[in-house]
Design a protein around this ligand. Sequence first.
Ligand code: HEM
Length: 446
Amino acid sequence: MSPATPTIPVYQGHWLFKSAFQIQKNPVHFFEEKSKTLGDTFYAAYPGGKVLISANPGLIKQVLQTNHKNYPKDRGYDQLALMLGQGLVTSKGAMWKKQRKIAQPTFHKKNLENLFAAMTEIAHQYIKELAQKKGQIVDISQEMMAVTARIAMKALFSSDIEGNLKEIYHAISYAQEFVAKRAINPMIIPWTRLNGSLRKFNRHRGVMNGLINNLIETRQQENDSKADFLQMLLEARYEDTGEPMPLDLLRDELVTIFSAGHETSANGLAWTLYLLSQHPEITQKLRQETQQVLGDRTPSFSDLKQMPYTRQVIEEGMRLYPPVWGVGRYAREADQWEDHHIASNTIVICQIFSLHRHPDLWEAPNEFNPDRFETEKAKARPSTHYLPFGAGPRMCIGNHFAMMEMQLLLPLLLRHFDFELIKNHPVVLEPMITLRPKNGILMQLK
Ligand code: HEM
């Protein structure tokens, strides 16, 4: 990647469709390819306009952090809002601020510690079930999705995916897929109105909302208090009014936490296992750490801190395969970045995947090397070079939850299993809202 040039170049693409199809086919691949000649920041022409795409840490910092007020979330998030309503990921302005403030304490360390026991219980159950598949070929991305979905449901509602929760899970999965496709590829929106999928989405959303409303109402009538997100958000009060969250908003937040929280961690784990399957020496080192710190016992919350190499492996996994590969904003008003004018209404895509592999920022950027995240080395690096959880006020609220979950699951999985990559199955990036492996990642489970 060559650095940004004095004027920001424009990639024109096809005479009629411009870069639209190329970006929609695979935005990560498109940027990686074009940035080799155009630099880390360029415009991609679209029919009727152009978007600014950047892996430059300075511009990304300006958009997400220092001048974030000028850069609200882009239109892709409006599609997500069909499902997530006014939840934290999709709300804006004063509504977002109010919700972030009331939800923030829920994610504090003390509460996470309380959720850790539930998380561990699911992890153990899951490992027992996975052991039944020893000797088989499994899709590790589906497997990780299954376990993180169960953990998320347990953390939200203190229950495994069974009965009503199974129905909620199916409805959310369908709705999530539907809105993600429309957010990534707006050209299909009219088609979804014609082919019945919008109707199906509305049906699923109705089921999902109804069931979650029931769960909330039942909990309100119960006396025993549980340590889960539902309980914590029910008990939370707005600072200014002392009022609780209205039912609809509470439901939006629960759906948001589930949606934002399980596919991301699942992909983080799946890609890390993929990398580990190609680096036996790193796997070995991670297992040694687990053995030294835990022996054969179950990890406790405080053990996680004693396992720095596990953390480093996960951080390096998310550097190479950030579960959220990019985030979009638009310029409310015209802005200036270095010598460049950014016109009002410009859509800006912060390309986290390519930031994490920027050759000016990382030595041997494509190499899997967890040593980069040794505490001293990580401290010496500008924080804007590594943004798996985003930056600025809209940074991930679930980052500690996600790290705790991955730091728990990864060593447990490697204690019980060997994962051998099926070499003739191509592993291909599929950047939807999260960075998925298209057709999965197949592994022989030993
Ligand atoms: C490896 C796992 C995860 C990754 C990589 C990740 C990444 C991100 C990123 C990049 C953003 C910012 C999006 C933007 O600026 O447009 C975000 C926001 C968010 N994430 Fe996560 N996330 C993860 C796990 C979780 C978990 C486990 C939860 C909940 C339990 C969660 C809940 C949220 C919420 C609610 C927001 C919106 C925050 C706001 O705008 O105030 N995430 N996440």
